[in-house]
Design a protein around this ligand. Structure first.
Ligand code: ZN
Length: 405
């Protein structure tokens, strides 16, 4: 793992990601003078890193347009064309521009008039067209892609929540906006629990929770992102806790039923030890002071937080990470993305597509499978097809990686 330096000290990047509170004061100093940190992935020329504040803590991000100069396998390396969305569609619900993410969410008006008052002002773009509203899942997927969390560089065989937190905030951008408000005010990405810095982390979270208020007239909501730990039953529905902190968020039976249908693959995997399920919760406070989930999205991920579409994909992603393969999980976000492969192995030449086949028999599914097969054949793309009904994940034969130089 590569090292970074700031405030006269050189430390592994992972250490900073795992313990943001411990490095907060030094990062704050370096943000003022000289105004940047450095990445030492290349011995010949260290690269500048942006130091950003999010909430009460600081994190590191790549310097604008400098991504290609970082070494292969460095987290800050960016090759052109790997990010989604070029910002050209001004009516899109989620736009990535120079200020970072600019998101317009639908049902989730961040502020709600409890009485029958007017709805939140609809946002319009410069040319007057109203921006499409995006669902919570698409927002979460965009966060993952802009953070590079759907890619695996093969330099380690694990990724912790501390790294996920740091990468998410790095990808979000300092001036990211959600429904016109600063993302910092309405989105909290849970910190990794760090015993030695418990007070600082708790204080930051308490401050955020204190902004979720209702006075009977206006309800100020907020988004919380974390790993779902457990779902319990209550008299009126369910309670959900996040792994990073034992706090109960309540949800109605109707919302849980809807979630079970909409996010079935993720929901079923909540107790699975091999998988992780990330929740993005839109939270409101009741007049009694409880935190209630108004809407939520659940995203299934592998043990190393690679997004997956099924528990079989989780098994494949876990295997690829364990083997330290270099790969990417393409995220299907638009209609035409149906043809994207399940995974792309990037350490073979040319790149190899990996397809995970299950639940055979559905006509539309079989049709798409055949279509993808002929498309790859025509383009000469090598493919690994894992049929989950016939083989275990270990039996799926992967091509050997080419030696890295
Ligand atoms: Zn680097």
């Amino acid at each position: 793992m590569f090292e970074v330096s700031f405030d006269g000290e050189r430390v592994p990047l992972t250490e900073v990601q795992e313990n943001p509170a411990r490095f907060a004061r030094r990062l704050e100093r370096a943000k003022i003078v000289p105004g940047f940190a450095q990445c030492h992935c290349r011995t010949d020329s260290p690269r500048k890193l942006v130091i950003r504040r999010y909430g009460a803590l600081f994190h590191l991000a790549g310097w604008p347009d400098d991504g290609v100069y970082h070494a292969e396998g460095c987290e800050f390396r960016k090759t052109p064309g790997t990010a989604t969305g070029d910002g050209s569609d001004s009516t899109a619900a989620i736009v990535i521009d120079t200020d970072g993410l600019n998101v317009r969410l639908d049902a989730s008006q961040i502020q709600r008039e409890v009485a029958s008052g007017p709805r939140a002002r609809s946002q319009t773009t410069s040319n007057g067209t109203s921006r499409r509203a995006g669902p919570l899942l698409a927002f979460m997927q965009t966060l993952w892609v802009s953070a590079g969390l759907n890619s695996w560089a093969g330099t380690t065989d694990h990724r912790s929540w501390g790294a996920v937190n740091a990468m998410l905030l790095g990808g979000l951008g300092e001036n990211a906006r959600i429904n016109g408000a600063s993302a910092q005010d309405v989105l909290h990405v849970m910190r990794r629990y760090e015993e030695s810095e418990r007070d600082a982390i708790n204080a930051e979270f308490e401050r955020f929770l204190a902004t979720i208020t209702t006075d009977g007239k206006v309800s100020r909501r907020a988004l919380v992102l974390g790993e779902i730990g457990a779902v319990g039953e209550t008299k009126y529905g369910a309670s959900i806790t996040l792994r990073q902190r034992k706090l109960r968020y309540y949800a109605s039976t109707a919302l849980i039923e809807q979630t079970t249908k909409k996010y079935g693959h993720a929901w079923r995997a909540i107790a699975e030890s091999t998988a992780r399920v990330i929740g993005l919760l839109l939270v409101e406070r009741t007049t009694k002071g409880h935190l209630v989930i108004i809407d939520l999205a659940a995203m299934l991920c592998s043990a190393a937080f690679i997004p997956c579409d099924s528990i079989h994909e989780v098994a494949m992603a876990n295997r690829l990470v364990g083997l330290r393969r270099v790969f990417e999980k393409p995220i299907r976000m638009a209609e035409g993305d149906q043809m994207l492969p399940d995974f792309v192995l990037l350490d073979t030449q040319p790149a190899t597509h990996i397809e995970v086949y299950g639940m055979n028999g559905l006509e539309s599914y079989e049709e798409r499978k055949a279509e993808k097969r002929s498309m790859r054949l025509a383009r000469g793309i090598p493919t690994v097809e894992w049929n989950v009904d016939r083989q275990t994940v270990r039996q799926a034969r992967l091509p050997s990686p080419v030696q890295r130089t």
